[in-house]
Design a protein. Sequence first.
Length: 256
Amino acid sequence: MTFKISIGSLAVMLALSMARPAFCAEKPTLYLIGDSTVKANMAGGQGWGEVIDKSFDTSKIHVEDDALAARSSRTFFTEGLWTAVEAKLKPGDFVLMQFGHNDLGVPSESYRASLHGVGAETQDVTNQQTSKPETVHTYGWYMTKFVTDAKAHGAMPIIVSPVPRDKWTADKVVRNAGQYGEWSADVAKTENVPFLDLNSIVADKYDALGKDKVTEFYFLPDLTHTKPAGAKVNAESVVEGIKALKDSPLSKYLAK
């Protein structure tokens, strides 16, 4: 049996085959990684990552909050949480990363603590939680690991400085301009990736509102975790920071 296919039919079939990849293209994902200030998972508390999807056009981009309470840059790596996110990354995705609140402490005494700074220093310890030997790196090393891995998969990493706690000196909220805020900026500069100074954006708003209002409406009594109203302000501040990033392709996915 012989089948005849006209030139016109071939042209239509070719056009459809060429169009199919674009039609079936998977939309990008914005992954959020961090601690409880991003995803609180507690009664009365809410992190900014839990509400920020409302600021994006989710018909064009998927927003996935993979942050986990009580995690530091170190434990997000050692517990395999980053490996799980990395396995899902594809070209065109984005990763917003914010750590620092739980990296405090001494590695030999805290299973969450990372070494200070952004250098290559290491410390061999016995992990207090697993009782196994572990080589601990600097905060900057872990952040750089997340960045370089994301880049390797064609995703765009964006480093976010830690949000302020409800701690004040006179009438000004305490800022994280040094240590984790500074180290975050250092990694972003070294790796040539965007840096979103969320700490400063939010702190400016807190200063304008004043301690009494911020404490009453935005924070739980622990001075770190935000109520829904605080999460909303922080999420709005993240969006403000994204808009301020020069030539950021993430901006085009924001809801209008």
